[in-house]
Design a protein around this ligand. Structure first.
Ligand code: GDP
Ligand code: IMO
Ligand code: MG
Length: 430
């Protein structure tokens, strides 16, 4: 029976969604990105080759599967074109396999400038954004002055919308930021030139997905960022500007929520965060450095070193609730292979009391002290292991403890960056 599965990040992003989407695409017909933009960096490693996708769904390496950039995504057309070029150079681009929603909003050059300037103005309260214009593009969408991918197909409409936007944006940029504004002609020509390449891919993707569901296709919805970066349910204001939770898979693709069969959360066997904001189980000093180096924890989009810490079961239980997780994928178990002791954060201490529900208020989270449980490390290599019962006993115990603490069954365990390094306990499509 056909199934529609949603993949979401269950932490602060970079959980390994790209790798898992690539694996599951084999069982899917269609892969849909439903939110975020090129703030995302999704890594897929096949053999010696490494691919990092920012906008194109991570299923694109599988020929004959349709990859869709859905309604809820914000698209920087220059970045998209570059991503297409890289795939073309490697002979991996098949235009018939990629569709872009006409409803997806465009990231414009002024959005990037505003993103960077706002961060500067925030000073020590900065969010640590990726500087890709994501926030300002979503602001324009909600304030009803955004320009959509579909507008690229109508030169007159595009020009009028651009002109109206520039009146306001240039005024703000010149008078408040004291920086140079933008010329309409430059943006117009650049975007119309790009439209010649990507125009034929812009379609009514909501209808395409609905028809595919009706004809019994398997659909994989690929989330970006992570639950704790959700604009409503994350650690606001240290969040991204879209809904990253599973509910968004419906609105961000233009299908009804009743069509979704299962939601799978991706989590690392420990925790990372990029940018500012509270992170209760964060480590510093040599323990953090060790996780960072062992796990290669540097941003796939900005190259920034990721902050590292122990697995946070309080945050994960919250992610399980807010997404309605049916299953959990644990990645990067191999990164813990050499540790004597592995800790899990099981509660937060706040004002002398133990909280077991995750508080989303940044002001509270900053003051929460993690309560840890320590487990003995397994001190053996897990990469190359193909079944759960071949894992070292203590690694099995670690996974079982994560299941107990989060209340969610583990369905896949990833033990290396490569496509092949995975123990599949249950394929959600089967
Ligand atoms: P995403 O944004 O959720 O797709 O994750 P990123 O690609 O930003 O970051 C995950 C990083 O971990 C990438 O460099 C992956 O190649 C790597 N990775 C994924 N799974 C594993 C794993 O099980 N073990 C190891 N060592 N690396 C992994
Ligand atoms: P993937 O999909 C990790 C973080 C930024 C910053 C905050 C807001 O690869 O998991 P934004 O540019 O979105 O306005 O920045 O969100 N952030 C991510 N962190 N992984 C990501 O994506 C992220 N996308 C945004 O670092 O703290
Ligand atoms: Mg990433």
């Amino acid at each position: 029976m056909a199934k529609n599965i949603v993949i979401v990040g269950a932490q602060w992003g970079d959980e390994g969604k790209g790798k898992i989407v690539d694996i599951l695409t084999e069982s899917a017909d269609i892969v849909v990105r439903f939110q975020g933009g090129n703030n995302a960096g999704h890594t897929v490693i096949v053999g010696e080759e490494k691919y990092v996708f920012h906008l194109i769904p991570s299923g694109i390496l599988h020929a004959g599967k349709t990859c869709i950039i859905g309604d809820g995504v914000v698209v920087d057309p220059e970045v998209l074109l570059k991503e297409i070029e890289v795939l073309k150079e490697k002979n991996l681009f098949r235009p018939e396999d990629l569709l872009i929603s006409k409803n997806a909003h465009l990231i414009m050059p002024y959005h990037k400038k505003l993103d960077i300037a706002r961060e500067r103005l925030r000073g020590c309260n900065k969010i640590g954004t990726t500087g890709r214009g994501i926030g300002p593009a979503y602001e324009d969408k909600v304030s009803r002055c955004g320009i959509k991918c579909g507008d690229l197909l109508d030169e007159g409409e595009f020009r009028v919308k651009l002109k109206t936007n520039l009146l306001e944006k240039n005024h703000y940029i010149k008078t408040i930021l004291h920086e140079d504004g933008f010329e309409i002609h430059e943006i117009y020509h650049k975007y119309m030139t790009i439209a010649q390449s990507i125009g034929p891919l812009i379609k009514n993707t909501s209808k395409f997905i609905s028809d595919a569901i009706a004809s019994g296709k398997n659909i994989l919805f690929e989330g970006a960022q992570g639950t704790l970066l959700d604009v409503d349910h994350g650690t606001y204001p240290f969040v991204t500007s879209s809904n990253t939770v599973a509910g968004e898979a419906a609105t961000g693709s233009g299908i009804g929520p009743s069509k979704i069969d299962e939601v799978i959360g991706i989590t690392k066997a420990y925790c990372t965060r990029v940018g500012e904001g509270p992170f209760p189980s964060e480590l510093d000093g040599p323990e953090a450095d060790r996780l960072r180096e062992q796990g290669g924890e540097y941003g796939a989009t900005t190259g920034r070193p990721r902050r590292c810490g122990w697995f946070d079961a309080v945050a994960l239980r919250y992610a399980a609730r807010i997404n309605g997780l049916d299953g959990l994928v644990v990645t990067k178990l191999d990164v813990l292979d050499n540790l004597d002791t592995i800790k899990i954060c099981t509660g937060y201490k706040y004002k002398g009391e133990i909280l077991d529900e995750f508080p989303t208020e940044a002001s509270i989270l900053f003051k929460c002290e993690p309560v840890y449980e320590a487990l003995e490390g397994w001190k053996a290599q897990t990469q190359g292991v193909k079944s759960f019962d071949k894992l070292p006993k203590k690694a099995q115990d670690y996974i079982k403890r994560l299941e107990e603490l989060t209340g969610v069954k583990v369905t896949i365990i990833s033990v290396g960056a490569n496509r092949n390094d995975a123990i599949i306990l249950k394929n959600p499509f089967k």
